[in-house]
Unconditional design. Structure first.
Lengths: 317, 568
């Protein structure tokens, strides 16, 4: 187990490092320089040069990268070039916000989708199955800004039962914060339900059709026990993998939802930073999202081996 | 001799040449009373004085001007004290540093606690703030400002003339000042030429006579909030140090800020207890927030993004006439636009009224292919307005031997620009010209902002957005003058000596009459040459909840809530 973890951590570190390289040099390809981005198209060339010098963005790219990496390893994420505040401050706030929304959406969509997928599989080819599958698919292709706006119109404006934005006032209770997060979370549920439900459905069907299930049924076990003890733990394997890959998106990719609901999360932070070539913020945010993603994958793998003993024994050998 | 006449003569004896010019023009009926007041306040005459002059002279009519629909500030009603006004503002792109701010969100932040020498209102009149009054010398090359006494900063320090001097020195410092401020004051005021002979007086020694100088140091130059002499602008964002009716409570980058009433304010205390500003990255959530009762005031919304607000009876729309516009430039030094007839043809193919109705729901004024927007007093309204004329356009193309050519138009995907580009393409098709649109994003289009590495400045044809300026000087000079050191925004690569000379004359002209006569020549020249098509100048729209009264917007993004409050 320990060797397994160490290997994974090593791979993770290399992945993260490659990620920083790609982001850093990738944004160098974009037109414009940092000073120009901040001061705008109409600013005087001399002013742009002065700003670049002040920010240190006129130095060779490799120097900038090296300085940044060495600071990071010492725990200093640097200062935002555009906002002139510590990156940790900007990122910390954004991350907390994103985690709250992601957790809430997660808690809503995963049980719902798994339940839907299992029911659809158990009632394969009936009306319920069709409704869940086709309904789920249709909903998931609706873009977030459409479903989001419809939700806002219906629940916030016409019915006036929920707030329009996702940002609760400072110091609100948990319940109030959840009230504010409900609409964006529902938007995400609409988006993700179909996908997760379908994966669960196909995993369940595969498990239902497997030999061990037939054996369990022939042994005389009641249907419920068969499903609970034999089918579910196998059908959930692909679902776990899928959900883990969605974690990265839920934390760092919710740009549209965050913009629509005026919610200051990591997605918006990344887009703004990329547009301004605000390198410290962009790199730190990408690394954090990368770390979360890798942790999610690790947890998924561990869950996998928990649910499926064969994997456990295989890695032990 | 009539008593009034005697007093008038006495008053006039004490006035400067510039001010007497103005009075003469009024007597001669060349300007309306409204313009007398407008120009008079800019030049430094007080309102009581102007009323007296207007009454004593009697000439000229009131000249009603069409105001944009919707009024210019929320109707005054029974305002209750107290309450917190929630404002939706576009997210600033930079830190709140008076030297670096160059967008609406940032301007809103500066103006929330900071104050200017004067406030430029929607009529382009200057209301005294930190400066009580101002005066030019004989030829307008030296301006003396009287600084109000008894003003304190939010930290308790007293404001003196030295703070004003240092503020401007920092702004125009060639080694790291404000790019924005420098675009307004470059060639007008040089470092080291501003002095404070005493605590209550500031003297600006200009590089050359300039009749529009007070406007250039008013709130229209939104970086010019007066800050303490010993404050490093990079640290302004920590305290938002200023002298205004509200002071900072807290600021969270990219999220918003809260302000409380400044009870030590030198003027009339604000009604509201505080202001809460929330940042929005896009327009749609701002509009929704107003409708959903999460904000009381939206600083700026556009027609395309806020149609719901325009039609909503529960929303007050505040419209300000501005000089904000788009420029469709054509490279005068590149085929097929080297021939002025071809450029004219493109300009004649466009139906400007249709653009105003379609893109702005009528909330814009049509342009006449020069930077002279209708709202400027110096604009000559008698220059014939160019109208769509497809026949003549086709004829001009035939004469120039340039029928049925193809050309590329570069621009970016902000605001209504893609729609405008498409419409321009459609109009051109009607005269046989094929335009291929290449629409990218702002960063790609503007590039480095210098000739040779900017699509904006290098393209054959392009559309650029220009923000509001209270006087056209910058558009005239930076936009179209031939010398690349001055004409840094000259995307059309326009080179015309007569034009350059006329611009020189315009800037130096001190009174409305001479400004207008030069403007008239410039307008005519640009119609003949048409390096750039100016299709329209559109209104700046804000929105407020019906129970919020007294909120004032400026086209630059600042909002003035000192007199705002909620009705019962």
């Amino acid at each position: 187990m320990a060797r397994f973890l160490l290997k994974r951590l090593g791979l993770a570190a290399i992945t993260l490092w490659l990620l920083t390289l790609i982001v850093f040099f990738g944004t160098q390809v974009l037109p414009g320089n940092v000073g120009r981005r901040i001061l705008g198209a109409f600013a005087d060339e001399a002013a742009v040069d002065a700003l670049n010098e002040r920010l240190g963005t006129d130095r060779p790219v490799l120097t900038q990268y090296w300085d940044w990496v060495t600071s990071l390893l010492q725990g200093d994420m640097g200062t935002s070039l555009a906002q002139n505040v510590p990156v940790s401050e900007l990122l910390g706030n954004a991350l907390v916000n994103s985690l709250k929304l992601a957790a809430f959406a997660f808690v809503l969509v995963v049980p719902l989708a798994i339940f839907g997928g299992v029911v659809a599989a158990l009632r394969r080819d009936t009306l319920s199955d069709r409704t869940i599958t086709i309904g789920g698919l249709s909903l998931s292709v609706v873009p977030e800004f459409v479903s989001g706006i419809i939700l806002i119109l219906v629940f916030a404006l016409w019915l006036d039962v929920l707030p329009v934005t996702a940002r609760a006032p400072e110091g609100s209770s948990v319940l109030t914060q959840l009230e504010y997060l409900l609409l964006p979370a529902l938007t995400l549920v609409i988006l993700l339900f179909g996908y997760i439900a379908r994966i669960t459905r196909s995993g369940t069907i595969e498990a239902l059709d497997a030999d061990y299930t037939r054996t369990a049924v022939l042994k005389g076990l009641p249907r419920r026990t068969v499903v609970k003890r034999h089918v579910l733990r196998n059908s959930l394997l692909p679902t776990i993998a899928v959900v883990a890959t969605q974690t990265g998106y839920l934390i760092g990719g919710l740009v549209v939802v965050e913009t629509l609901f005026a919610y200051p999360g990591v997605g918006r932070l990344i887009v703004t930073a990329a547009g301004q070539k605000d390198m410290p913020v962009l790199e730190a945010a990408v690394i954090v999202v990368g770390v979360i993603f890798l942790i999610a994958m690790l947890v998924a793998d561990l869950l996998y081996s928990l649910l499926n003993p064969r994997i456990r024994y295989a890695s032990a050998e | 001799m009539d008593e009034t006449q005697r007093r008038l003569d006495e008053v006039r004896r004490e006035r400067s040449e510039l001010e007497n010019h103005l009075i003469d023009e009024y007597i001669g009926g060349k300007i309306t009373r409204r313009e007398l007041v407008r120009r008079g306040t800019v030049v430094g005459m007080s309102l009581p004085l102007l009323s007296f002059v207007a009454a004593a002279c009697g000439g000229g009519d009131d000249g009603g001007e069409a105001t944009p629909t919707g009024g210019t500030e929320t109707a005054a009603g029974n305002v209750q004290p107290g309450g917190t006004i929630r404002v939706a503002l576009i997210q600033p792109t930079t830190e709140p540093n008076p030297l670096l701010v160059q967008d609406e969100g940032g301007a809103g932040m500066l103006g929330s606690t900071g104050e200017y020498l004067s406030f430029s209102d929607e009529n382009l009149e200057l209301q005294p703030r930190i400066a009580e009054s101002w005066e030019p010398n004989e030829d307008g090359s030296v301006w003396t400002f009287a600084i109000r006494q008894g003003i304190t900063f939010h930290n308790g320090a007293t404001l003196t003339a030295n703070d004003v001097v240092q503020t401007f020195e920092k702004l125009i410092n060639p080694d790291g000042g404000s790019a924005n401020a420098q675009s307004a004051l470059g060639g007008v005021l040089s470092p080291g030429n501003t002095e404070a002979p005493d605590d209550a007086t500031v003297v600006f020694n200009l590089d050359a006579p300039n009749g529009n100088f007070p406007t250039l140091v008013s709130s229209a130059n939104y970086n010019a909030i007066i800050i303490p002499a010993d404050l490093d602008p990079a640290e302004w964002g920590q305290t938002f140090e200023g002298t205004g009716p509200f002071k900072l409570e807290s600021f969270t980058p990219q999220q918003g800020a809260t302000f409380v009433r400044n009870d030590a304010y030198w003027g009339e205390k604000a009604n509201a207890d505080g202001v809460e500003v929330k940042f929005y990255a896009e327009e749609a959530p701002m509009v929704l927030a107003l409708q959903g009762d999460e904000v009381d005031f939206v600083e700026h919304f556009s027609v395309s993004g806020g149609r719901a607000l325009l039609d909503d009876p529960n929303v007050q729309v505040i419209a300000i006439s501005t000089a904000t516009h788009r420029q469709l430039h054509m490279r005068t030094d590149m085929e097929p636009f080297t021939d002025a007839r071809v450029r004219q043809a493109i300009a004649l193919s466009i139906d400007r009224n249709a653009l105003v109705d379609g893109l702005w729901e009528g909330r814009a004024e049509i342009g006449n292919d020069s930077p002279f927007a209708p709202l400027y007093p110096s604009t000559d309204p008698d220059v014939p307005q160019r109208e769509q004329d497809l026949e003549q356009a086709r004829q001009l193309l035939a004469d120039a031997g340039q029928e049925n050519f193809t050309v590329q138009l570069d621009t970016w995907d902000g605001f209504e620009i893609p729609d405008l580009a498409q419409l321009v393409k459609n109009y051109a098709a009607e005269i046989g010209v094929t335009i291929n649109l290449k629409i990218t994003d702002a960063a790609t289009y503007y590039g480095d902002g210098v000739f040779g590495s900017s699509t904006w400045l290098d393209s054959v044809m392009g559309i650029t957005d220009y923000g509001h300026r209270p006087v056209p000087n910058v558009y005239l000079a930076s936009g179209l003058v031939g010398d690349p050191k001055i004409g840094v925004w000259n995307a059309a690569h326009f080179r015309n000596d007569e034009y350059d000379e006329l611009v020189r004359q315009y800037v130096a002209a001190l009174d409305v009459d001479s400004q207008r006569s030069v403007a008239s020549q410039i307008q005519q020249l640009l119609l003949d040459e048409t390096p750039v098509v100016f299709p329209y100048f559109y209104n700046f729209l804000s929105a407020a909840k019906p129970n919020l009264q007294g909120a004032v917007s400026a086209a630059t993004g600042q909002f003035d809530l000192s007199k705002a409050g909620f009705t019962a």
